[in-house]
Design a protein around this ligand. Structure first.
Ligand code: IPE
Ligand code: IPE
Ligand code: MG
Length: 257
């Protein structure tokens, strides 16, 4: 009976008329793994492992709703400051996940891409990243951007460097640099900006994620830790988004002065 109730509730959520405004791009700061584990007397790494299950859930819900872009923050440029053992565990986990999940992602018609600096990642991981990208490059249901060794500021600085070189070589006229032009030098070139940013873990900070791209993004905070952020929570976040009125600096449509 409970199961039936659950199914009905989910069906209602999926088909609810309030979910008509689906985000095109969802970004998630997958935070709170360590605290989730500590609360249970387990090592922080146990939280990272359970967090992987939530990645599968997030992908499934995006496919269910037809969200075309999902960006997940998995490792920041600042996360190298963590104990060596935790960093090693995370890199191992990324390799393990790529080995075990790419088949399924490919079957689900998901295109996997990586954003962030690759040069200081270990070669075995880089190889798996390149293979996953190549293998899924033709997929069209969902683009999954995995942010590994990603930092918003470093992304902006490296865009500025590339543009400066192009200007120096006479390939770019400074006059043609506008916001759209600049966006094409970021890792997310050609993709829409996130409509919805989900931040679990109870803290309200951006931690150097997609600084340029989130200028007008709606932010959904949750006090749940990422390992607890299940499919129903993803759906709640989408419903939250669907009820926002975005004005992009303007006024409500139809409103008089
Ligand atoms: C986020 O969880 C995962 C990574 C940064 C890789 P944390 O490890 O930051 O967990 P908390 O925030 O310490 O609980
Ligand atoms: C942000 O979380 C990075 C990821 C989730 C990968 P952190 O836990 O590293 O951020 P701070 O240090 O709490 O701001
Ligand atoms: Mg954290």
């Amino acid at each position: 009976m409970n199961d039936m109730k659950f199914k009905l509730a989910n069906w209602f959520k999926k088909t609810s008329p309030s979910v008509k405004n689906i985000p095109k791009h969802i970004a998630i700061i997958m935070d709170g793994n360590g605290r989730w584990a500590r609360q249970r007397g387990m090592p922080r790494t146990a939280g990272h492992r359970v967090g992987m299950d939530r990645v599968r859930d997030a992908v499934a819900v995006c496919l269910e709703y037809g969200v075309p872009f999902l960006t997940l923050y998995a490792f920041s440029t600042e996360n190298w400051k963590r104990p060596e053992e935790e960093v090693r565990f995370l890199m191992d986990l990324f390799e393990e996940a790529l080995k075990s999940e790419v088949d399924k992602l490919d079957r689900q018609n998901v295109r996997v891409r990586f954003i962030g600096l690759r040069h200081n990642l270990r070669p075995s991981l880089r190889k798996l990243m390149e293979e996953s990208e190549a293998r899924t490059s033709g997929n069209t249901a969902l683009t999954l951007n995995l942010a590994i060794n990603y930092g918003g500021r470093s992304e902006i600085v490296s865009a500025v460097q590339k543009i400066a070189v192009a200007v120096r070589q006479g390939e770019v006229d400074p006059e043609e640099i506008n916001e759209a032009f600049f966006g094409n030098y970021l890792f997310t070139a050609g993709q829409p900006d996130p409509d919805l940013l989900i931040k679990p873990g109870g803290e309200s900070r951006i931690s150097n994620f997609l600084l340029w791209q989130i200028a007008y993004t709606e932010i959904y905070y949750s006090t749940k830790y990422w390992p607890d952020f299940k499919k129903a929570d993803m759906r709640d976040a989408i419903v939250f988004y669907s009820q926002r009125e975005r004005r992009f600096g303007g006024v409500k449509r139809g409103e008089s002065v």
